[in-house]
Design a protein around this ligand. Structure first.
Ligand code: TYM
Length: 343
C-alpha cells in the first residue's frame, strides 16, 4: 500500500473509502475494508473514511435504524483501530459537497455506463422499473465521494472494483470534456487474502449483511459462542487441507476459510498452508474459531462500550465533517468554475 501511494499519481496521495450504514457489519466488511483502513492509517497518508448514509437510503431504511447503524459503524471504525485524530471520520450527509458534485457527475456519466454496473443489475433485479432513481445513480455519488477530495487511492473489497473503475471513467470524461487535468485517476486498492470473503454456507456467494441466513456470515457484534458455532457449522468438503494454495483452486469453501485465517493472522495463504496442510477440518475449524474470537471479540466489546456514548460519537462525526468540508469545498468551487457556474 505505502509504495503504491507514493508512486502512482502526480496528485498528492490521499485515501478515501466508505461503508454503508445499512445495518450489521460483517467479517467481509472488516477484512475487505476496515482492517485495511487501519493499516493504511498507519502509513501516515491522509485518510478519509466515510459512513455513506446517502448511499444507504437508495434502498429503504427505517430512520431510527439508520441513525443507530451510522453511530454503530462509527463505533466499528474506532473499535477496529481508526483514530479520529489521525483519520477523518464522518457521515456523508454532513458534507453537502458530495451531493453537489454528484449532480455534476450525473450530467457527465452516461446511462449505458450505469446500466452495465453489476451491483445495479444484482440489486435492482428483474424489477428495475421499481428500483429507486438513487440506486441507479449510486455510482455517480460514489465517484463524487472520492473525487471531491481528489483522492488517489480507494481501498475496497473486490465487489467495489467496477465502481472505482467507473469513477476513473467519469474523471477522464470530465477532464476531457472541459479540457482540464482536474480530477485524478483514483486507483482501487484491492489487496490481501480476504478481498472477497465468501458466505460460510455457500463458497460461491459473497458474505453479505443482506443474506437471509445469519449462519452465512460472521457479524462484528456476534459473541464468542456464536462465532465458534458458525465456523463449526461452515460448509466444507471432506478432504484434508492441501499444503499449497494451488490445492485450493477448486475448493471454494476450503479456500474461503483459509483466506479468512490468513487475513486474520496476517500471513500469506502459503504460510498458513505450510502450517496446516494435511489437517482435517475437524482440527482446522477450532483453530480458526479461536483466532476469529481472539481478533473480533475485543472489537465487539469496544463497539458496545462506544455505543453507550452516542453524544461522543456525534461529536467525532461533526468534527470529521468539518475537516472534510475544508478539503471538499474548494474542490467543488473550482469544479463549478470549470463548468461555468456564475457566483
Ligand atoms: P459496502 O457498504 O457494501 O461495503 C463496504 C466495504 O466492505 C467491502 N466488503 C467486502 N470485502 C470482502 N469480502 C466481502 N464479503 C465484503 N463485503 C463487503 C466492500 O468491498 C467495501 O469496500 N459502494 C460502497 C460504499 C461506498 C464507497 C464510496 C466505497 C460509497 N462511496 C467511495 C469506496 C469509496 C459499498 O456499498 O460498500
Amino acid at each position: 500500500m505505502s509504495e503504491a501511494v507514493q508512486t502512482s499519481s502526480s496528485f498528492t496521495p490521499r485515501v478515501f473509502s466508505g461503508i454503508q450504514p445499512s445495518g450489521g457489519l460483517t467479517l467481509g466488511n472488516y477484512l475487505g475494508a476496515m482492517k485495511r483502513f487501519v493499516d493504511t492509517q498507519e502509513t501516515g497518508v491522509q485518510s478519509i473514511y466515510c459512513m455513506v448514509d446517502l448511499h444507504a437510503i437508495t434502498v429503504w431504511q427505517d430512520p431510527e435504524n439508520l441513525r443507530r447503524a451510522t453511530r454503530e459503524l462509527c463505533a466499528g471504525y474506532i473499535a477496529s483501530g481508526l483514530d479520529p485524530k489521525k483519520s477523518i471520520l464522518f457521515n456523508q450527509s454532513q458534507v453537502p459537497e458530495h451531493t453537489q458534485l454528484a449532480w455534476i457527475f450525473n450530467c457527465v456519466a452516461r446511462m449505458g455506463w450505469m446500466q452495465r454496473m453489476t451491483q445495479w443489475k444484482d440489486k435492482a433485479g428483474k424489477n428495475s422499473q421499481n428500483a429507486s432513481l438513487g440506486l441507479f445513480a449510486y455510482p455517480a455519488l460514489m465517484a463524487a465521494d472520492i473525487l471531491v477530495y481528489h483522492a488517489t487511492h480507494v481501498p475496497v473489497g473486490e465487489d467495489q472494483k467496477q465502481h472505482v473503475e467507473l469513477t476513473r471513467d467519469i474523471a477522464a470524461k470530465f477532464n476531457h470534456d472541459y479540457g482540464v487535468d482536474f480530477f485524478p485517476m483514483a486507483e482501487p486498492v484491492i489487496e490481501g487474502a480476504a478481498t472477497r470473503v465468501m458466505s460460510l454456507r455457500d463458497g460461491t456467494k459473497k458474505m453479505s449483511k443482506s443474506d437471509p441466513s445469519d449462519a452465512s456470515r460472521i457479524n462484528l457484534t456476534d459473541d464468542a459462542d456464536t462465532i465458534a458455532k458458525k465456523i463449526r457449522k461452515a460448509k466444507t468438503d471432506p478432504e484434508a487441507l492441501p499444503s499449497e494454495a494451488k490445492g485450493l483452486e477448486d475448493r471454494a469453501e476450503a479456500r474461503n476459510l483459509v483466506n479468512i485465517y490468513a487475513a486474520l493472522s496476517e500471513q500469506s495463504v502459503d504460510a498458513v498452508l505450510a502450517d496446516v496442510g494435511g489437517k482435517q477440518f475437524s482440527e482446522f475449524k477450532p483453530m480458526l474459531a479461536e483466532l476469529a474470537v481472539e481478533k473480533l471479540a475485543p472489537i465487539s466489546t469496544e463497539m458496545s462500550r462506544l455505543m453507550q456514548e452516542p453524544a461522543e460519537i456525534d461529536k467525532i462525526l461533526a468534527d470529521g465533517a468539518e475537516r472534510a468540508r475544508a478539503i471538499a469545498a474548494p474542490i467543488l468551487k473550482e469544479t463549478y468554475r470549470i463548468v461555468g457556474m456564475v457566483g
